[in-house]
Ligand binder design. Structure first.
Ligand SMILES: NC(=O)C1=CN([C@@H]2O[C@H](COP(=O)(O)OP(=O)(O)OC[C@H]3O[C@@H](n4cnc5c(N)ncnc54)[C@H](OP(=O)(O)O)[C@@H]3O)[C@@H](O)[C@H]2O)[C@@H](O)CC1
Ligand SMILES: [K+]
Length: 517
């Protein structure tokens, strides 16, 4: 699924109005009725005070439509116009008049003295600002947002939590309405998926308002939200005649005394995801450990406790390097020599990333389309400090273009960056915040490349499946008891889930966050 930016969304609204021969007002009516229905289905006519705060643009227009339908269904509604400007849109005015015709005159808010009393048990519908926000809310509008936040009332935000920009960072945290749930139109918004905005929305879901898909595709959006449908398009089924030689040979390089577990996990993961052959190259001290732990793997050893020589004989098709490797001086030297010789596709993780961050000139030796899988701290060592999450993405895009490599930024929503294209993952939960989770991901991606997935597709599929294991597992394990080994235990379920019918809303982009998150 695409993620559109603010400009693209406006263009898609206009193109749909033209191509479907509808009016802007009927598109608004349609979108807002879907929001009304969402609430009506849940409230079933309950007599809870509902405060609908409307701006003067089209987001406010949505609020007015929702208020009208709620009133017509007998709800206890109070509607307010937050009068921050006199630039009322036609759609706003039409719906303002339609509400008045029903006998309901919205209360105009011109200052703090007009604020209504809102209680914790009430419901707020936030239709103050949507996609048209251009600057931080100021004056009484900002005060109103702060007042609503202070009540801790449940607020249902229409399209956006008011005050949140779709494509840029918020620089004053006190100007954003904290939404209990967001009903956002047509596509997820990038801002919802970035860690810096975690306080502004609890959960969100996309309301499909039927914008022109062909037009949206013609915009060639560069940001994607990866759902099961996207995964199914790149998943390769096995061929009857495949033998293990067709399924690639993964070589996992890493480990050091005390950190043999990391390379073991990565190697197991490469096997478990289906790499035809798996070899491990590690310090001698890890030999019997991995031979015992992973009888399916072949093993070659380096010097005693840390990797030094990198003089393996294995003829692999892809190499995953870094887990548990350490950054001993001898290892750094050996890794440098290895990089200068290596021609094979690489997945680079952990200490291998730290070495690259320390000696940036080595990055130039990475083969094109190598994959780096940093967590935020490793990324910072690699690309430098960023001002905010949008800046982080832009800096990573520059880095990816400059070095022609793919970067997997591991986070609650892992983002895969391939030059200017962003792929935001939709699976996973905090259970994955556990030791060894990253090592397993490295192994999975390596094992997929072995099976002839393009590196980008291997990263997208690997990250999706890795996250999916935790989504499936927590029903049984809870967050706390889930470990990196469980990722491997549930990998089969994650793969098989791809072929299950969508009884749930898996392909509707949404995020329902558990209380523990
Ligand atoms: N047919 C359609 O197009 C559909 C549209 N839909 C709905 O429309 C929404 C977008 O509507 P919109 O473009 O009118 O923008 P919206 O967010 O309501 O208000 C912007 C207004 O606020 C102003 N302003 C901005 N920042 C400000 C600030 N800090 N402090 C004060 N003023 C500020 C800004 O003017 P400015 O001063 O920046 O020139 C403008 O006057 C979208 O989110 C969705 O809900 C759906 O119904 C589907 C169909
Ligand atoms: K809003």
């Amino acid at each position: 699924m695409y993620i559109l930016n603010s400009k693209q969304l406006k263009e898609a609204d206009n193109a749909t109005i033209k191509s479907k021969g509808i009016t802007s007002i009927s598109l608004m009516e349609h979108a807002s009725i879907l929001c009304f229905q969402w609430l009506h289905q849940r409230l079933q006519g309950q007599n809870i005070p509902i405060h609908v705060f409307c701006g003067i643009g089209n987001n406010g227009g949505d609020g007015l439509v929702i208020a009208r339908h709620l009133l017509q269904h007998g709800y206890h509604v109070k509607c307010y116009v937050v009068n921050f400007s006199d630039k009322r849109t036609d759609e706003f005015l039409t719906n303002y008049n339609r509400l008045k015709e029903l006998g309901e005159w919205p209360q105009i808010i011109n200052g703090e003295s007009d604020f209504p009393r809102v209680d914790f048990e009430d419901i707020v519908i936030d239709a103050i600002f949507g996609n048209g926000l251009t600057r931080n809310p100021k004056g009484f509008t900002k005060k109103l947002i702060q007042y609503i936040n202070s009540t801790k009332v449940f607020s249902l935000a229409i399209d956006f939590p008011s005050g949140l920009f779709s494509d840029k960072s918020v620089n004053d945290k006190s100007t954003v309405l904290k939404a209990g749930h967001v009903l956002t139109f047509q596509t997820p918004k990038l801002a919802f998926l970035l860690p810096e905005n975690k306080d502004y929305l609890n959960t969100w879901e996309v309301i499909d308002i039927g914008l022109d898909q062909e037009f949206i595709a013609s915009l060639q959006p560069n940001i994607h939200y990866i759902l099961k449908d996207d995964i199914l398009q790149l998943y390769k089924t096995r061929n009857k005649w495949d033998h293990k030689g067709d399924l690639g040979h993964s070589l996992l390089i890493g480990g050091s005394f005390g950190k043999i577990g990391a390379i073991s996990l990565a190697s197991k993961a490469a096997l478990k995801i289906g790499s035809g052959l798996v070899s491990i190259y590690l310090p001698k001290c890890g030999y019997s450990i991995v031979q015992t732990a992973i009888p399916e793997a072949m093993v070659e050893v380096d010097s005693d406790q840390v990797l030094t020589y990198f003089n393996f004989k294995t003829k692999a098709t892809v190499i995953g390097v870094g887990p548990g490797m350490g950054t001993a001086e001898k290892t750094v030297k050996g890794f440098e020599n290895f990089l200068k010789e290596n021609q094979l596709p690489l997945v680079v993780d952990a200490d291998a990333i730290n070495i690259l961050a320390d000696q940036k000139e080595l990055i130039n030796f990475l083969p094109k389309n190598s994959i780096l899988t940093p967590h935020p701290k490793e990324l910072e060592r690699l690309i430098g400090v960023w001002e905010n999450d949008f800046d982080k993405l832009n800096k990573t895009i520059e880095f990816s273009i400059k070095h022609q490599i793919i970067v997997v930024i591991k986070d609650a929503h892992t983002v895969i960056i391939d030059k200017e294209n962003l792929y935001v993952n939709s699976t996973g939960n905090p259970a994955l915040a556990t030791a060894g989770s990253g090592d397993v991901l490295t192994g999975i991606i390596t094992g997929l490349i072995a099976q002839k997935y393009e590196p980008l597709n291997a990263a997208i599929l690997g990250v999706y499946l890795h996250g999916k294991t935790a989504d499936i597992a927590i029903e049984e394990t809870g967050y706390e008891t889930f470990t990196a080994s469980n990722i491997l235990d549930y990998l089969a379920d994650a793969i098989l889930d791809l072929f299950k019918e969508n009884h749930t809303e898996e392909n509707n982009a949404s995020e329902t966050v558990n209380e523990e998150k």
